[in-house]
Design a binder for this molecule. Structure first.
Ligand SMILES: *Cc1c(COP(=O)(O)O)cnc(C)c1O
Length: 428
């Protein structure tokens, strides 16, 4: 064996997995057990004091979920990872130790529709708030940060238009202000983009999408870079004594694993947004072929986007993988292996034609999901971005005359033929 770090294709299959010590099972077993037997009373006490690592109860840790956590941490180049029940759970779990009543985040306005709602409405119930800014305007990002700001949030490849965020530029602003940069890497996956290499502190995922890859389970994950100084005075959850663990200080005790340990020992323990071992198993299976799928997703998306771009019925296509995209140069820097397979296009015939197009497709599935093996279509303005005002929809890239595609792994000729016949009906 050489000392060289194995490549991505090797790690997506092997990271976090080893033959089962009890049975030799080669595939990661589904440890469908709520509780784990303690060796004796001392062992139990050490586990509860966080002095020894081990399994207690599956709300906190489970061996199948642990394998997935280790695989995600490895693929993203992080120090540790915590899985949870969905992408939205991951976002709350990421913010939970950073935030408190009266504190805020500064976030990109180009986000998954559900995230816009979570940040603009639901987090207010915790006394948190979000300031939405156009992250192309770096001065506006900097100006939005105040003494109560505890994070900057963005998506690497942003919903719904496939816009590419300048992660390095946002990381520099976060650094200057002593706050973490949180990057939602769902649409890119660690195969296309590794936000930690661009300065991200935390990476969040909806594992529901490309990571699992075939639309079977929901899941989320937070990966910690392990590089942030949590003892800069702004993050008492990590730097101050924790009463529930006899005054233990997470940052002092666990160092670069402070966030990971806190998320398990406090976050999962008390919020309970736990991933179940079945879901972890499906996601582990999906990740084994991640690079192969993403390569094909990207190749198909390029073909479909190019075809749409030259079609006279189409006003514009937002795919960053097109040479005509204003973000094309950023692809080479942020996601050099491709711009994923999520983008929007606009119909010259407007809103009614978009709705008719959706009702006329055969191969495409009309669903509120992305990152499936199947090609998916949705009219964001009337569905995922429905709760937003028209101004918010336009800012988010989900204007009323825009349709979102998630290009699947079918033959590209079949995908294009389906769009062609549906466009004919929609614009007749
Ligand atoms: C789907 C999605 C989410 C939410 O994930 P769930 O697993 O549905 O909770 C968050 N961010 C992005 C970019 C998504 O695509």
């Amino acid at each position: 064996m050489s000392d060289k770090q194995p490549g991505f294709d090797t790690l997506q299959i092997h990271a976090g997995a080893r033959p089962d010590p009890a049975t030799g099972a080669r595939q990661v077993p589904i440890y469908q057990s709520t509780a784990f037997v303690f060796r004796d009373a001392d062992h139990a006490a050490a586990l509860f004091n966080l002095q020894e690592l081990g399994y207690i109860y599956s709300r906190l840790t489970n061996p199948t979920v642990s394998a997935l956590q280790e695989r995600m941490a490895t693929l993203e180049g992080g120090a540790g990872a915590v899985c949870c029940s969905s992408g939205h759970a991951a976002q709350i779990m990421a913010l939970f130790p950073l935030m408190g009543p009266g504190l805020n985040i500064v976030t990109s306005n180009r986000l998954y529709g559900g995230t816009v709602t979570q940040f603009s409405q639901t987090i207010k119930r915790f006394g948190w708030s979000a300031k939405f800014v156009d992250t192309e305007d770096l001065a506006a990002v900097e100006a939005a940060i105040d003494d109560n700001t505890r994070a900057i949030f963005c998506e690497s490849i942003a919903n719904p238009g496939g816009y590419i965020t300048d992660i390095d530029a946002l990381a520099a602003i976060a650094d200057r202000n002593g706050i973490p940069l949180i990057v939602d890497n769902t649409t890119a996956t660690p195969y296309l983009c590794r936000p930690i290499e661009h300065g991200a502190t935390l990476v969040v995922h909806s594992l529901t999408k490309y990571l699992t890859g075939n639309g079977t389970v929901t899941g989320g994950c937070i990966i910690d870079s392990g590089k942030f100084n949590w003892s800069n005075g702004k993050f008492p959850s990590f730097s101050e004594p924790e009463p529930a663990y006899h005054g233990l200080k997470f940052h002092e005790t666990f160092g670069h694993l402070a966030f990971t340990f806190h998320s398990i020992a406090i976050g999962l323990r008390d919020l309970g947004m736990t991933m179940n071992p079945q879901a972890a198993h499906y996601t582990l299976m999906g990740i084994e072929t991640l690079s192969l799928r993403m390569e094909r997703h990207c190749a198909n998306a390029v073909k479909v986007a190019k075809w749409l771009e030259q079609d006279p019925r189409v006003a514009y296509v937002t795919y960053a993988g097109l040479p005509s995209s204003p973000y094309h140069d950023r692809v080479a820097r942020i996601c050099p292996k491709g711009a994923s397979a999520l983008f929007t296009f606009s119909l010259k015939a407007g809103y009614e034609a978009c709705v008719k197009l959706i009702d006329s497709v055969n191969l495409f599935s009309h669903v509120a999901n992305l990152g499936d093996t199947r090609s998916l279509i949705i009219h964001s303005a009337s569905t995922t971005h429905r709760q937003l005002t028209e101004a918010q929809q336009i800012a988010a890239g989900a204007a009323p005359d825009v349709v979102r595609l998630s290009i699947g792994l079918e033959d590209p000729e079949d995908i294009i033929a389906d769009l062609d016949q549906a466009l004919a009906k929609a614009t007749a």
